[in-house]
Design a protein. Sequence first.
Length: 345
Amino acid sequence: MLVTSSRVDGANPSRINGGMKGTYSNHGPRRFERTLMRASVSRLRYWGGIGDYDVGGRMVRGNWEERNGEWRKVGKSTPPYIISTLGNAMKTLMFFLLFVMSNMVLSRKLSNDHLSRHSGGGQLVELSSSYCLSWRLATETNNLHGWRTVPIQCLRHVEAYMIRGQYDSDVELIADEIRNYLDQLVLSDDGMDAWILDVDETCLSNLYYYEGKRFGGDPYDPHAFKEWASIGICPGIPAILGLFRNLVESGFKVFLISGRDETAFRQVTVQNLHLQGFFGFQRLILRSEAYKGQSGVVYKSEMRRKLVEEGYRIWGNVGDQWSDLHGEFVGNRTFKLPNPMYFVP
């Protein structure tokens, strides 16, 4: 379709092909859209040179371009205002998505922070590994008191720590540090230089038992533990067995102090220790009837007091619980072994 016009401006109508009337804009590119809307209405929407027109009662939509004084219908083009609108819409959408994502991240962080402080109730919640590292650090530094079970969201963390080598590495490092300390000591020849070791999770490991208790995820069951300990198959902890032998060879009198019941566990505990290579300790001290019901701190303080009254000099004390190392007569230096599976007050 071809139309001609000798005048194109925004004020005066022009006759095109003898019957098409409209007002044309020369603003922006010389391209416009012609639409025949109704027989009685002629109007122009300015789209930078693109307009809607009424011609002869027919609806015709097209893009027109002036070339050498003639107007020709050309292919479809996107009006500039649409391009601008789409661009603004995309910017708005991107801003909205960034806003939503940032709020999701913040909400998750706040939720994790809240759950890390209120992790009870048996609710399975995945927390970041950094929380479980912080929780374990708090237990080992005695900043977290009285906890009864490992938080459910940290069970896999504790399991991995205990069985994938990190626990063994930590214990070996502590044993090496104890040896460095031993090298600085000069023992007397009166046979009264003493060293104290705990038994469970110090000399002997109950890891096989606690594996069945979700590595501390289940509450302590005294009856189940009694059945386990009565079998007498607890493996020795290699790094402490080596240290024990160093202590005996150096002339220390090594005392093993345990919270195990004297009546129920003496024979099986001695057999278990011998089975794992612990020979030569001076004495195995277990909890007698007179000390039942006392906290670990009170009971072990009393046992150490008796040794000091006998004339022994306690140069060192090793245990996995802070109750092994707190109280009175703890010794010249104490060494805490890791244990994220249970807490003994």
